[in-house]
Design a protein around this ligand. Sequence first.
Ligand SMILES: *Cc1c(COP(=O)(O)O)cnc(C)c1O
Length: 420
Amino acid sequence: MSTDAEIEGLLRREDEHYLNSIDLIAASNAPIGAARDNRTWGVAQFRSAEGHVGRKPYAGTHLFDEVERLAVRRACELFGADYANVQPASGSLANLAAYRAVMKPGDTLLSLDVSSGGHLSHGHPRHIVHDLYQVVTYAVNPSTGLLDYDEIRDVALRQRPKVIVSGFSAYPRAIDFGAFSKIAEEVGGTLVADISHIAGLVAAGLHDNPCVCPNAIVTTSVEKTLRGTRGGIILGPAAVQPAVDAAVFPGLQSSVGLAGLVSLAETLGDAASPGFRAYQRRVVDNARLLAELLLAGGLDLVSGGTDTHLLVLDLTRTGLTGRDAEGRLQDLGILSNRNMLAGDPRPPFVASGLRLGTPTITSRGFDEADIRELAGIVLAALKAQHWDQAERDPLRERTVALRERRRPDDTLTDLLSEGA
Ligand SMILES: *Cc1c(COP(=O)(O)O)cnc(C)c1O
């Protein structure tokens, strides 16, 4: 591991903590391939350079360009896009570049309110996007938890935004990108379709692909369902290339690391495989089953279920806050996150919802029987009366047993032992 004793200690503690947890955070995943193999990358681990493919103002970057070309080609093939920029350091920066490509400061951006499941980089009041643009919002219907496309169209017709953002962080249902695209077209704007959460599902054909919309710039992070290491991608029609490229470099970033491009190219290669599609199907099946079991056990879910890799519990009737529920599960070694509900009366740090996702546990090999046991543990924890030792201890034992059952084909254990 590390020769720095302080770091070595922290890394060991993090491994022990994380490998002894069951990770239900919808935004996380266990990357395969690339991260495992980075010891064989040689100088690529520390090389970086600035500039676009074939136009880097540094000598000796021709092989760097070849790796980047490969990543671009794979991204275009995987998502059926004419153009890709693979340089954004993160999904948030991909969004900033997409906005910058088609808007001037002060222009109007229409996005989903963060408490309804939008992302900070869609214009949260404390994000720089909110300072740069006139941000107006739409919301999900608070009683159904669903997007209301007629209502979104009405807001768009009133506000005439230059950009409409769709694609969310905590929306469990399928998104109708075609409907968003039509609304954007009607008001003469651009659709920014942010598929950060669902990129793996889109790549596997399990969710509509916004790359077919002629007026869409599609952005994504790489480390969520796409199962790569950290990074961002922007996709779109060929016509957006000059503006998007310029918005990324020199508009927002300078150099890009070769290691990130190598990892991304590998991630995209893997995402085109039948094994990846089978994995994504299991992610969705696991999320559906978990949703059904939690509903059957008497809990409420935003929108009544899921079409994706994530679900959001509405805890209002349980008397627990999001923070309480997250804490109870964490006491058992189960990681999740508190989440705002549309119109949530509680502040974000407390919240009334809990978001659960299946990408990481599916990477760890969780099958139907495991999900049944997991749902039983979650239900018992959230319905417990006192959350004292007598209630906690048996659930802790069940959680440990579940975790240990999945240890043999655990991607992370595999990853760590191969890297050792
Ligand atoms: C996670 C997320 C992002 C940001 O990705 P980072 O790589 O963390 O910057 C952007 N948009 C949505 C909808 C997300 O969920």
